[in-house]
Write a protein that binds this ligand. Structure first.
Ligand code: PMP
Length: 434
């Protein structure tokens, strides 16, 4: 058989047609040719355990998705100005997973488009412009989404904070100002946020946050935080938006949606990534009242949003979560996975915190016996795991948090392999240092 091209040839080819603004993962990028469930295959005969990609929610190249998508592509793929079953079949199934008040859905093609639309809904419903956003939050790549994403606009190369944005401190009980996560920290952070809302010269249109701040380093909002903040937003006529692009669809184990852990019901929910297992789809779920305000404006139309192929795929994802009990698996395997990381934390002082829930976990890498981020060691771990055929990533304001959020078919044996391998990477690291 033909000798495979060296990786540098692939890198050079890609650089020729692309721009360095599109990054590649790892010091040694991977040339991928295939994937199945929680495994990915490179062009050199290697198999990687995927402990990172949350988009192939029910597993890479899932055969049910392949079957349904092929059937539907061969039958009808068109836009929502025609009536077809898949649209309301999926809409009904999706809405049945939400509290009763959230009874209306709009389909788009990405999380970014969903964030953008959520901003339009907020403006249409409230006639206000001011948006309160979360420190380190990320909501997408459109101009509007960047404007509400502290993670991007606050970057040293970013565009800076726009005048209509209020930025509130992340209610982080590990590194933040208040650290007792029994509800008291959540209340204290909320009081600070409420003060900002009350001090605003202009009324609030919306408050947007993820329930676990992903790009911020997998930081769960302090207990009870939203319960206190939401009423203050609503008192000004504003709406509350939960970005569930990363956290939705059972990944958190205990809950199907992240907002449920905070015992609140948002006015708008943004969905993306896992919704169609990698097929490009996003959605905005809202109330009738907000949808009615929006419908007084210009027509809403998305060429691809809500097409029958997307709806059929998304319905298959929901069915598979249920029939294979994937939320339950996220809970059981996620709890075990966290317990293994916690055991490792007892052995190594460079692990400062293990957090998250279900199969959405962050491991904070710090300078020994401190809470100072250790970016270099986090990168070392990430790259060494990659060299040992395990995919994880790093994120957070200092890029020092190990992120793991695998497909939900991840097993206990997979979890053990990740943590055992990380243990051997750390062992080697400390041996080489003495
Ligand atoms: N919201 C969150 C929380 C996200 O993590 C992302 C993507 N990383 C988005 C929105 C944007 O989604 P997309 O990349 O599909 O536009």
């Amino acid at each position: 058989s033909e000798t495979p091209k060296p990786i540098n040839d692939h890198i050079a080819k890609r650089h020729k047609v692309s721009s360095p603004i599109l990054s590649l993962s790892y010091d040694e990028p991977i040339y991928m040719v295939g994937a199945a469930f929680q495994y990915m295959y490179d062009g050199y005969g290697n198999t990687f355990l995927d402990a990172y990609n949350n988009i192939p929610h029910i597993g890479h190249a899932h055969p049910e998705i392949t079957k349904i998508a092929s059937q539907q592509i061969a039958t009808l793929n068109t836009n929502t100005r025609y009536i077809f079953d898949a649209y309301y079949d999926y809409a009904e199934a999706l809405l049945s997973k939400f509290p009763e008040a959230l009874d209306t859905v709009f389909f788009v093609n990405s999380g970014s488009a969903a964030s953008d639309l959520a901003m339009r809904l907020a403006h249409a419903h409230t006639k206000h412009d001011t948006i309160m956003v979360m420190e380190h939050g990320y909501h997408g790549n459109t101009q509007t989404s960047i404007d509400i994403s502290h993670y991007k606009y606050n970057n040293k190369k970013g565009q800076g904070q726009k005048h209509h944005i209020i930025e509130t401190a992340i209610p982080d009980t590990y590194r933040g100002q208040y650290t007792t996560n029994d509800g008291s920290a959540g209340k204290a952070y909320a009081q600070d946020a409420i003060q900002q809302v009350e001090n605003s010269d202009t009324p609030i249109a919306a408050f947007i946050t993820e329930p676990v701040v992903g790009c911020g380093g997998q930081v769960p909002l302090a207990k009870d935080y939203l319960k206190h903040v939401y009423p203050a937003i609503r008192q000004q006529g504003g709406i509350c938006i939960s970005d569930e692009v990363q956290t939705g669809f059972g990944r958190l184990g205990d809950h199907f949606w992240g907002f449920e852990a905070q015992e609140v019901v948002p006015d708008v929910v943004i969905l993306g990534k896992p919704i169609a297992n990698g097929h490009p789809m996003g959605a905005v779920v809202t109330t009738k009242a907000i949808a009615e305000s929006f419908s007084k404006g210009v027509e809403f139309f998305s060429s691809f949003g809500g097409n029958p192929v997307s709806c059929k795929i998304a319905l298959t994802v929901l069915k598979e979560i249920e029939s294979s009990q994937l939320q339950q698996n996220a809970k059981v395997v996620g709890d075990y996975y966290q317990s293994l990381f916690n055991t490792l934390k007892e052995r190594y002082n460079c692990i400062g915190d293990v957090r998250g829930s279900g199969l959405f976990i962050g491991v904070e890498i710090v300078q020994d016996n401190s809470i100072e981020p250790n970016t270099e060691l986090a990168h070392h771990i990430k790259n060494e795991l990659r060299n040992r055929y395990i995919l994880i990533s790093t994120d957070g304001p200092h890029d020092s948090v190990i992120k793991t959020k695998p497909p939900l078919c991840f097993t206990k044996a997979n979890a053990k392999l990740v943590v055992d391998t990380m243990a051997s990477v750390l062992e080697g690291y400390y041996e080489n240092r003495v």
